[in-house]
Design a protein around this ligand. Structure first.
Ligand SMILES: [Zn+2]
Length: 321
């Protein structure tokens, strides 16, 4: 079952020019409020919260040819999904959890290179392989979207990339990361996340700030409850979208603003909230000054985006995904 990517873990730099779409890396939202929702015993909210809002894309890059889950690997099959980008690209925790391995191959049979295993509870684990550098310590608790390492080419590889695995039902029980993440609202191949009513966390705060820029007057509590859902539906209706209350790939692009230094308002608060989920540590004051500008540029730099300080759709997608 658990096969390694050892020896044949290819990256395909040529695919960059092949018209493969640029992927966005995406962060998730916190788990804390979601647990509060669970405590209320709302089964619908629990299902939505478990499915999205708490998971994020671990790295920005490209899917190399032959790097998918189950690809032939010398008699075995590839245990994860490869994501190709340059050495030093930020690698993020796909969800909140605890770093239980930080060692060569993650201590997993057949894996090579600097590896991290995060336990997310519920018998769910993620593995991050071939890292160039660690940015967390063993036993450290991490949040979704927190930077845990740098992409690299350690171990038996042909070029820098992240080897990303998802384990469900116990460490070693690998499942297709694309399917696994999709079920949690994350498009591992790039793109906007999908957040449903019942989700909670930082991304919901971002949505609330963006709606407030349009005059919705929401309490920014990170909880995608009935009031926020109504506001989303009104926004969708006014924007010519299907009014289903889900903030997904069609709603996000219409919801975000293109922002740069000098901007001021609720939309900037949304941007600052999204940057903070990536560790920026900004004061959420709605003022896009030099500190926010630096935070945007830093984020763009470590994710290999164009570093221009302009928070446009591509940067937003990478921030919230
Ligand atoms: Zn691999």
């Amino acid at each position: 079952m658990c096969a390694s990517c050892d020896g044949v873990d290819r990256t395909d730099q040529e695919s960059r020019g092949d018209g493969l779409s640029r992927r966005a890396l995406l962060m998730g939202t916190g788990l804390g409020i979601g647990l509060g929702v669970l405590g209320l015993g709302l089964p619908v909210a629990r299902a939505a919260t478990a499915r999205n809002g708490a998971w994020c894309n671990p790295a920005l890059g490209y899917f190399p040819n032959g790097g998918h889950f189950g690809a032939p690997r010398g008699g075995a099959s590839h245990a994860g999904q490869d994501v190709t980008n340059s050495t030093g690209t930020a690698v993020y925790a796909a969800a909140a959890g605890t770093v239980i391995r930080r060692q060569w191959g993650g201590g997993l049979a057949g894996r090579t290179g600097n590896g991290i295993v995060i336990s997310h509870g519920g018998n769910l684990y993620t593995y991050y392989g071939h890292l160039n550098a660690y940015r967390v310590s063993l036993n450290q608790k991490v949040s979704a979207g927190q930077r845990i390492g740098d992409m690299g080419a350690t171990g038996n590889v042909t070029g820098p990339h992240l080897h990303f695995e998802t384990h469900a039902g116990g460490l070693g029980a690998v499942v297709d990361p694309v399917t696994f993440m999709s079920a949690r609202g994350v498009d591992l191949g790039g793109g906007w996340p999908s957040l449903d009513p019942g989700a909670s966390g930082q991304r919901v705060r971002v949505i609330q700030h963006l709606l407030n820029q349009r005059g919705h007057g929401l309490v920014v509590d990170g909880s995608f409850g009935s009031v926020t859902t109504s506001a989303v539906k009104r926004f969708q209706s006014a924007s010519g979208l299907v009014s289903d209350g889900q903030v997904g790939p069609k709603t996000w692009p219409k919801l975000v603003y293109s922002l740069q230094q000098g901007a001021n308002g609720h939309h900037v608060r949304g941007l600052q909230t999204a940057l903070n989920k990536r560790g920026a540590g900004l004061v959420v004051d709605g003022d896009f000054g030099s500190v926010t500008n630096t935070a945007v540029r830093n984020f763009q730099s470590v994710n290999r985006l164009v570093v221009d300080g302009l928070a446009g759709a591509i940067t937003w997608r990478a921030l919230v995904g």
